[in-house]
Design a binder for this molecule. Structure first.
Ligand code: HEM
Length: 503
């Protein structure tokens, strides 16, 4: 009898606890989506629908509600979706001190490769960002121009030979673009000739992809380690598999040793990081930002690859898909590239790339329609009162900025499904709030590789436009369908198949 009463007591307490949790937003008078135990609002997410689809539905549903935020429940945790542009801007920039972390899990002791700039929390993040920022200036990127150009030339030659043998010229272009960006980051990040263009199963690419597609543990442990970081660290939970970590540690230490022993100097990120390791500042600069350890170099090289290769290659592929569907835009982009090349003796130069305004508009419009990172995250680390509401975002709560939904909002981008690069004419840009377009995030925690990512894509795209024509084919999926399981990346199912012809 006592046992039955005991169980009943536990059950009733649980019901009250769940009810109390799921009344969180109601009690604050914040509009919310009713939740069901145990998943809250995310039942089926990752299988039936992707996070960006859920957020777009919620965003559209509450678009005309006066509240700047909508409350959601991920399992039992209340999370905040921001829908007001002014609030988004304040979270990203003016009040970023409350939201400087992403709330990601890392374990510096057992898994040093996970302690990279994307994951780290303040103040470690700030120290590292200060050290790395000088390596991403326009001057440094200009220095790397020819390294990227060389890979782009190999990319074009490889694609030419593939077109010769492909049935009806049909090519899965995302895979190719992925090999291009892998080789670029392998070269400028690690100082290695990866050559995945010729050898797609090279160890570097396979390990890099596996680090994300075959994580060390299940989603459940992943969620656990994000929710209970200190406990997870005590339990030695690691994010990146040991064999992958050892592989990257091995190649970075070999490269550093090889360069130092033989006095080899190259124009790349690795060289800049070696300078930081040895002197705490970049050669020729007066500002001392502090030294990097070997573990820190490895972790940053790793995240440059992880954060750079898939984002940049999907961005390029989505644009080629839109070129294939909009032949006039494709031709206009080709002509504009030709005009700039003519100014520079028909050679592709860094200065020329900077003048390719129409190509940049095309890139921006495809980043608008298909943001490679569809959802931006901030973790509140200091209570924050949301203006004009009863709500205080509490320390430890997750804040979601639904980039995909905002970039498809009719108010900022009329007929959002139409691909129209003219939306990025300066006078059109001036009409919109800054945060209506956020493919690289905003504020101090934005993408550190933004300029490099754009330049890399422009080099590749300019060379592709000069050498190939892109059309849709029987295998092109129109409109594109996206993977359901990817939490923040917008990835097409089955890649992007196009008909490619040489010109
Ligand atoms: C088209 C290409 C790219 C896109 C669309 C992209 C997008 C993004 C986005 C949305 C974020 C999060 C920003 C935020 O939370 O506000 C981010 C962060 C980051 N990206 Fe990129 N990225 C691209 C290319 C690159 C490249 C080429 C690199 C490195 C070479 C890179 C390195 C990083 C790093 C290290 C972070 C974390 C920054 C921090 O937390 O301080 N990204 N990126």
């Amino acid at each position: 009898m006592e046992l039955i009463f005991g169980l009943l007591f536990v059950l009733i307490s649980l019901i009250f606890l769940v009810r109390w949790r799921y009344n969180y937003w109601r009690n604050l008078d914040v509009p919310f989506i009713a939740a069901t135990f145990p998943f809250g609002n995310i039942k089926g997410m990752g299988k039936k629908y992707s996070q960006f689809e859920l957020l777009k539905d919620v965003y559209d549903k509450f678009k005309h509600n006066s509240s700047p935020i909508v409350g959601l429940y991920y399992y039992l945790s209340p999370v905040i979706m921001v829908k007001d542009m002014e609030l988004a801007k304040n979270i990203f920039t003016r009040d970023s001190v409350h939201f400087i972390d992403r709330g990601a899990y890392y374990n510096e002791k057992d898994n040093p490769i996970s302690a990279h700039i994307f994951n780290l929390d303040n103040p470690k993040w700030k120290t590292l960002r200060t050290k790395l920022t000088p390596t991403f200036t326009s001057g440094k990127i200009k220095m790397m121009f020819y390294t990227v150009y060389d890979v782009a030339e190999r990319f074009v030659n490889k694609l030419k030979s593939e077109v010769d043998v492909a049935v009806d010229g049909e090519i899965e272009i995302k895979e190719f673009a992925g090999r291009f960006t892998t080789d670029v980051i392998g070269s400028v990040g690690f100082g290695l000739e990866i050559n995945s263009l010729d050898n797609p199963t090279t160890e570097f690419r396979v390990h890099g992809i596996n680090a994300f597609e075959k994580p060390n543990h299940s989603t459940l442990i992943n969620i656990f380690s994000v929710a209970f970081k200190d406990l997870a660290r005590k339990l030695h939970v690691i994010q990146v598999r040991k064999d992958i970590e050892e592989f990257f540690q091995g190649i970075v230490s070999q490269t550093v040793k090889h360069r130092e022993d033989n006095g080899i100097v190259r124009n790349d990120f690795m060289q800049l990081m070696i300078q930081l390791k040895n002197h705490g500042k970049l050669d020729g600069e007066t500002l001392t930002v502090g030294k990097l350890t070997m573990d820190e170099i490895t972790a940053q090289c790793f995240i440059f690859f992880a954060a750079g290769y898939e984002t940049s290659s999907t961005a390029m592929s989505y644009l080629l898909y839109e070129f294939a569907n909009n032949q006039q835009v494709q031709e206009k982009a080709r002509q504009s590239v030709r005009q700039v090349l003519a100014k520079y003796d028909n050679k592709l130069t860094y200065e020329g790339i900077k003048e390719m305004d129409y190509l940049l508009m095309c890139v921006n419009e495809s980043l608008r329609k298909y943001p490679p990172v569809h959802t931006l995250l901030r973790y509140c680390n200091k209570d924050y009162k949301v203006e004009n509401t009863n709500c205080t975002i509490k320390k430890g709560q997750l804040v979601i900025i639904p980039a995909y939904a905002i970039q498809h909002d009719q108010e900022y981008f009329p007929n959002p499904e139409v691909y129209d690069p003219d939306r990025f004419l300066p006078e059109e840009v001036a009409k919109r709030p800054t945060c209506a377009f956020m493919p690289f995030g905003h504020g101090p925690r934005n993408c550190i590789g933004l300029r490099f990512g754009i330049v890399q894509a422009q080099i590749g795209l300019a060379m592709l436009l000069m050498n190939f024509k892109f059309e849709t084919c029987s295998k092109t999926v129109n409109p594109i369908e996206f993977k359901k399981f990817s939490t923040i990346m917008l990835s097409p199912i089955g890649g992007i198949n196009l008909k490619v012809s040489k010109i």
